[in-house]
Ligand binder design. Structure first.
Ligand SMILES: Cc1cc2nc3c(=O)[nH]c(=O)nc-3n(C[C@H](O)[C@H](O)[C@H](O)COP(=O)(O)O)c2cc1C
Length: 200
């Protein structure tokens, strides 16, 4: 099967892409607006960019009406955000946060998530997530017709719950992370195997 993206609608390309790039980690992004209302929303166009300094990206599409999503508005306002990794325990709460509530309504409150003060950035972190990445914006690039705003954030503080942190890394068996697949499907990381690097 050969598929020319020029012949696909935006929605067809989106469905194909998100079913092919699997599984994807989910960044539950917490931000704050000018009135102190906490906004929380999931983003799975999310990944690592560099290690020194540690930089990640999230890609934020426009709303159907062309308006900027609340997360992007807040990121542009404060120049920071927090990525909270989504685990089994908070998967359903994450799904509530994906609802397009009006600007100024706190998804955290509706979903029952607890925002707590971050150490360095203005955006709060979410207590129920075992990994919080406090990020400062490095750069925002616009890509595509929508456009998508690709936000690059430098991690200025990692918070990792002690019980999942072993020998300087996160134990994947203890994290119980949730991955996004295509459509409405998700997955757990419950079948870990090791493959040693080949040395010449
Ligand atoms: C698991 C999941 C992953 C998502 N990933 C993205 C994404 O990468 N980019 C995006 O623009 N929207 C994504 N969405 C949709 C946003 O979460 C949704 O538009 C949300 O209402 C935005 O909230 P905000 O306006 O408060 O920022 C995703 C939704 C879900 C459930």
């Amino acid at each position: 099967m050969r598929i020319d993206p020029k012949e696909l609608s935006k929605s067809q390309a989106y469905k194909l892409l998100i079913s092919a790039l699997i599984p994807r980690p989910i960044a539950l992004v917490s931000t704050i607006n000018e009135f102190g209302v906490v906004n929380v929303a999931p983003f799975s166009f999310f990944g690592g960019v560099s290690s020194k300094p540690p930089v990640i990206y999230i890609s934020i599409d426009r709303k159907r009406d062309g308006d900027k999503k609340d997360t992007l508005k807040n990121i542009e306002l404060n120049g920071d955000f927090v990525v909270n990794i989504v685990t089994e325990e908070i998967a359903e709460k994450m799904n509530i946060c994906a609802v397009d509530f009006p600007y100024g309504i706190s998804e955290a409150e509706i979903a029952g998530l607890t925002p707590v003060k971050s150490e360095i950035v203005k955006s709060p972190r979410i207590l129920e997530s075992p990994i919080n990445l406090e990020c400062k914006v490095v750069k925002i690039i616009e890509i595509g017709d929508s456009p998508n705003s690709v936000v690059f954030g430098e991690i200025v503080m990692f918070h990792v719950k002690d019980e999942i942190f072993e020998d300087e890394v996160v134990n994947p068996k203890k994290l119980k992370v949730v991955g996004r697949l295509g459509g409405n499907f998700y997955t757990f990381v419950d079948n870990v195997f090791e493959m040693k690097k080949i040395k010449l």
